[in-house]
Design a protein around this ligand. Structure first.
Ligand code: BES
Ligand code: ZN
Length: 637
């Protein structure tokens, strides 16, 4: 009896040591609280005091435990003492169970004093460690929670195979849920890792992935270029690989491998064209990891190994601009990094601009312009929903969630700003300038001001009277799009708009439209040019002519399903259910739930589908879809 009681107490205590069982939704923090509690720290989204003691290298030693859904082991933290009087190392943690902290070189039993400091919902908990007198590295034994916000654990049924799967998604501030770390893009570190997993499974990381290593349980990695915490990544599962060119190996589950290898065949050429304009690719290998469909994003630029959603495998390479985007981050973002999330446009705007240049070089101007037009239209629609502070490139909103900085403003307004600069200075001058920029700030984390100073010195002063300081100011600090910007236009879409109008007004029948040469981009523009309200007969006509309900292109399906929802076209519902229960990419599923929740009679359908799909979604998706569903029905789904 006593033994049982003891066990019970032990269990209860262990459970309590996790800060909570469920990731706390960021919405719970009041922005006021955040600015009060964290304003004195260099980055409001991090507890770290890297102005005093700054980490510089990590040695990770972890075991992937698929039974308990945890990572467990230790990390050795190497650091620099910036302020000679500093006595404490401050790290970010979120739902980590810290077991023991000791200096690396002193005697084992010589534990270090540590304590938990502030806790803020969404940000996690401050870990304060008294540094040893000799400043020797610090070894922290810890384990993650099964609910770690930066990890998704998949059962075999959620993958394409017979084995479980684990992947991380650290951006923006989830690295702290699997590593005690200074989780701010201002701090850069190198790392080594030893990862233990059950035999026959492969582990990959944002580091050199040596395919010659045996899959016998122990996997070692080394990342020798300094990167911010949000770029540390891991995945484990029955991952196979295929080398597709000199620098590129595709990693995926066997079932997807050959399709992925076909789809991403242009990657090597993308590397060459980017190097030709912006300078050397500095990371050695550029590999692609194709994740299971629950991956919540399109892509994530983890260095040396971009993480990619399988939903861009369309069979015709028409959605591979996303590869261009993640690759481009190897310059904008990974090499030159926004020091604070408020400046996310330095990462995403530059990358979206580079992406367009790569697409133009590889696929020609027509495709680039079609994509530009789709993006511009979507951006205007999204910007209408944002308040003035959120519409500025240098975002001045008081948000408590760094993800808010990743709206189409950072991506697309940022991109069009750089495109405009290119137009004003001419491509040759602007390319040379950006090439210098990447070289000058390589492996540094910078602010918008750093960029503006560099722009003035290296472009505006060299070619005076080309743009004015006021114009730059308007781009960076005013809401909306500047009136002096000319929106992109393409003849290819003018033709499509015309066909859409003709069909809508009954002048042409769907079956008589020649779509044989249409690209994905033209299909998307066609669907977006249709009136919001369509009759059943009209929808059926389109479906019979083009079989849209059974499109295997995830973007076209998305747009078609949205139309189906808005017009209650029930024939597409089975496909809708299938789509939402198989895909977890937020960009593709969120608008569909939103649309259903707006149609009173589809609320039940939406909640039923969500109930079935929710356990398979990543917590980032769950957090967002919960909000939509709760807003409408008012309680937990
Ligand atoms: N770095 C982002 C993904 C991201 C942003 C993750 C913010 C977490 C927080 C990545 O490079 C990206 O932008 N992905 C886009 C694709 C792109 C083509 C616009 C995506 O996932 O949709
Ligand atoms: Zn990006």
């Amino acid at each position: 009896m006593r033994a049982i009681l003891f066990l019970f107490v032990l269990l209860a205590v262990t459970a309590c040591q996790y800060q909570s069982n469920k990731p706390l939704p960021n919405t719970q923090i009041n922005p006021e609280t955040l600015s009060q509690m964290n304003a004195h720290r260099p980055d409001v989204f991090s507890f770290s005091r890297h102005d005093e003691v700054k980490i510089k290298h990590l040695d990770l030693n972890l075991e992937v435990n698929f039974k308990q859904l945890i990572l467990e082991g230790f990390v050795v933290v190497h650091y620099d003492v910036i302020n000679p009087d500093a006595k404490r190392l401050v790290l970010d943690t979120r739902e980590l169970k810290i077991k023991r902290v000791e200096p690396l070189y002193e005697q084992k039993h010589n534990k270090l004093n540590w304590n938990k400091g502030d806790s803020i919902a969404g940000l996690g908990t401050e870990l304060i460690i008294n540094i040893p007198e000799d400043h020797s590295p610090i070894k922290i034994y810890y384990q993650t929670s099964p609910q770690a916000s930066g990890l998704q654990w998949l059962s075999p049924a959620q993958t394409h195979g017979q084995h479980p799967y684990l992947f991380s998604q650290s951006q923006a501030i989830h690295a702290r849920s699997w590593i005690p770390i200074q989780d701010t893009p201002s701090v850069r570190i190198t790392y080594n890792a030893k990862i233990q997993v059950k035999p026959n499974l492969r582990v990959v990381m944002s580091a050199d992935n040596n395919t010659q290593q045996a899959v016998d349980g122990l996997h070692t990695f080394s990342m020798q270029q300094a990167i911010p915490a949000y770029l540390i990544a891991i995945a484990a599962g029955d991952i196979q690989y295929k080398k597709i060119s000199d620098h590129v190996t595709v990693f995926a589950q066997q079932q997807l491998l050959s399709d992925a290898a076909y789809e991403f065949a242009a990657t090597e050429e993308m590397i060459s064209v980017t190097e030709a304009i912006y300078g050397e690719y500095r990371w050695g290998q550029y590999d692609l990891l194709v994740l299971p469909p629950s991956f919540p994003f399109g892509g994530m630029e983890n260095p040396k190994l971009s993480h990619i959603t399988p939903t861009i495998i369309a069979g015709d390479r028409s959605l591979d601009s996303l590869i261009a985007h993640e690759l481009a981050h190897s310059w904008s973002g990974n090499l030159v990094t926004n020091a604070l999330w408020q400046d996310a446009w330095l990462n995403e705007g530059f990358t979206s601009y580079l992406e367009s240049r790569i697409v133009e070089a590889v696929y020609g101007r027509d495709r680039m312009m079609m994509e530009a037009t789709l993006i511009y239209d979507a951006m205007l629609a999204e910007m209408q929903q944002l308040d003035n502070n959120m519409q500025k490139l240098v975002n001045t909103s008081k948000t408590n969630d760094p993800d808010d900085f990743f709206s189409s403003v950072a991506y697309d307004k940022g991109r069009f700003f750089l495109e405009w600069l290119e137009q004003q200075f001419g491509r040759e001058h602007f390319d040379r300038f950006l090439n210098q920029y990447f070289d000058h700030f390589a492996f540094q984390s910078i602010s918008t001001e750093d960029f503006v100073t560099f722009l003035k010195e290296n472009l505006m002063d060299r070619y005076p009277n080309t743009v004015t300081t006021e114009q730059i100011h308007t781009w960076l600090h005013q809401p909306a799009m500047p009136v002096f910007f000319n929106p992109p236009k393409t003849q290819r879409f003018a033709v499509i708009s015309d066909i859409a109008d003709k069909w809508t007004s009954g002048k042409v029948r769907a079956k008589n439209i020649d779509t044989s040469q249409w690209t994905t981009q033209e299909w998307l523009h066609f669907l977006r040019s249709l009136p919001v309200q369509l009759t059943f007969v009209q929808l059926q006509e389109l479906d019979q002519a083009f079989d849209l309900t059974h499109s295997t292109n995830s973007e076209i399906s998305h747009d078609w399903l949205l139309i189906a929802i808005n017009n209650r076209y029930e024939i597409a519902y089975p496909r809708l259910i299938d789509y939402l229960t198989h895909i977890g990419r937020v960009k593709l599923i969120k608008p569909l739930y939103e649309a259903m929740m707006k149609q009173g009679e589809l609320i039940n359908l939406a909640t039923n589908i969500y109930q079935k799909a929710r356990p398979g979604y990543h917590h980032i998706a769950i957090q967002q879809i919960d909000k939509i569903v709760k807003q409408t029905i008012g309680d937990e789904p």
